[in-house]
Design a protein around this ligand. Structure first.
Ligand SMILES: *Cc1c(COP(=O)(O)O)cnc(C)c1O
Length: 364
């Protein structure tokens, strides 16, 4: 079976985890500091704050920027549910800009939706492809809206040679299926020292000093065990991303020219980290997307459908009075067509060949 994702864990992770277990310090200690140091170096961020998962990173980042009840935040309708849950958890009112052919927030749609009521914009760098930030950033700035980036899938992505996370405020996830993992884990990077200070308090019960509370906080602390895995994983980050990019290139070479199959691409100036390799199966294809996925699975190739519907398209959200104006035709269309093929760095060229030749055979 060729899996859609597979964590690569080795001796480096084992050694550091054992170091922690023998140390007597299990939470928010020197290994978490080392993890933050590794992240700072790899991303080029000014300030980094480790937390227990990516959803916590989003909640804390929004709160650290003062986003709360009644605040309009524009995000992408084509994302994992955590993006929407984080907005609703902090009390914000989510608004949606439609997506473009790169699966990310379409700047033209953002321009149409943004208003004086907009407090923040939350772009999502989906599948590891950086959003068109050079266009999105000035639109947000003109409207006086802050930008909080959902970079959960985007470690290793960049715009104009600058890593996502090196500027502004970005939220990363180290969940088991992400490019590097700590099992569960998250990180906020920011270039704002005041935001960083609030994040460090927010993750630890709002505590400023011992029994001195600045505001209502959370327990979003990372464990030393998570951090130990993460330190070792950061050591492999560039190798993982390079291998993903090589696998993506090999898939694209082998899948070119199939009717009804649209392949992912890398727009000029935006580095794709290929957290997923996602194709579109259009009505011109020989098989329907869901049928193709079933046939591949039956032959030992696991695929993913990320995501089958726009993020708000579930009764619990549609019934929420904060959600209306949900007309996003591109996201609705594309959600019915996407299929993610295995691209993770543990795949060898034989596995890539097998995936590509099965897809070609089924669609011929
Ligand atoms: C994984 C993910 C998250 C949430 O991260 P967790 O670590 O699972 O909480 C948020 N947004 C997107 C786009 C994700 O892919």
């Amino acid at each position: 079976m060729i899996r859609i994702s597979e964590p690569t864990i080795g001796e480096a992770e084992e050694k550091l985890v054992l170091e922690v277990l023998h140390s007597g310090r299990l939470v928010q200690g020197p290994m978490v500091e080392r993890f933050e140091e590794s992240a700072r170096d790899a991303i080029g961020a000014a300030e980094v704050v480790a937390v227990n998962n990516g959803t916590s990173a989003l909640v804390a980042a929004l709160q650290a920027h003062g986003i709360g009840p009644g605040d309009d935040v524009i995000t992408s309708p084509f994302t994992f549910v955590a993006t929407l849950n984080a907005l609703l958890q902090v009390g914000a009112t989510p608004r949606f800009a439609d997506i473009g052919f790169d699966f990310n927030m379409d700047p033209a749609s953002l321009e149409a939706v943004i208003s004086p009521a907009t407090r923040a914009v939350m772009p999502v760098h989906l599948y590891g492809l950086a959003c068109d930030m050079d266009v999105i950033r000035p639109i947000a700035e003109r409207a006086d809206a802050v930008i909080v980036e959902d970079a959960a899938q985007a470690i290793g992505a960049a715009v104009g040679g600058v890593n996502i996370g090196a500027t502004g405020t970005s939220c990363f996830s180290f969940y088991a299926t992400k490019t590097i993992t700590t099992g569960e884990g998250g990180l906020v990077t920011t270039d704002d020292v005041d935001v960083a200070a609030r994040l460090r308090m927010l993750r630890n019960q709002g505590q400023r000093g011992r029994y001195d509370y600045a505001f209502i906080g959370h327990n979003f602390r990372m464990t030393e065990i998570q951090a130990a895995v993460g330190v070792a994983q950061f050591g492999r980050l560039s190798a993982f991303v390079e291998q993903r990019r090589a696998n993506a290139l090999a898939l694209t070479e082998r899948l070119a020219g199939i009717d009804g199959l649209l392949l992912p691409s890398e727009p000029a100036g935006r580095r794709h980290a290929y957290q997923q390799y996602t194709v579109r199966v259009t009505p011109d294809a020989a098989l329907d997307r869901d049928v193709l996925a079933e046939k591949l699975l039956a032959q030992g190739v696991e695929c993913g459908i990320y995501y089958p519907r726009p993020v708000f398209d579930y009764p619990c959200f549609r019934e929420d009075p904060r959600l209306d104006d949900l007309d996003v035709p591109q996201a609705t269309l594309i959600a019915g067509q996407v299929l993610s093929l295995p691209v993770h760095p543990a795949l060898d060229i034989d596995a890539i060949d097998r995936v590509a030749s099965l897809v070609r055979r089924e669609l011929s």
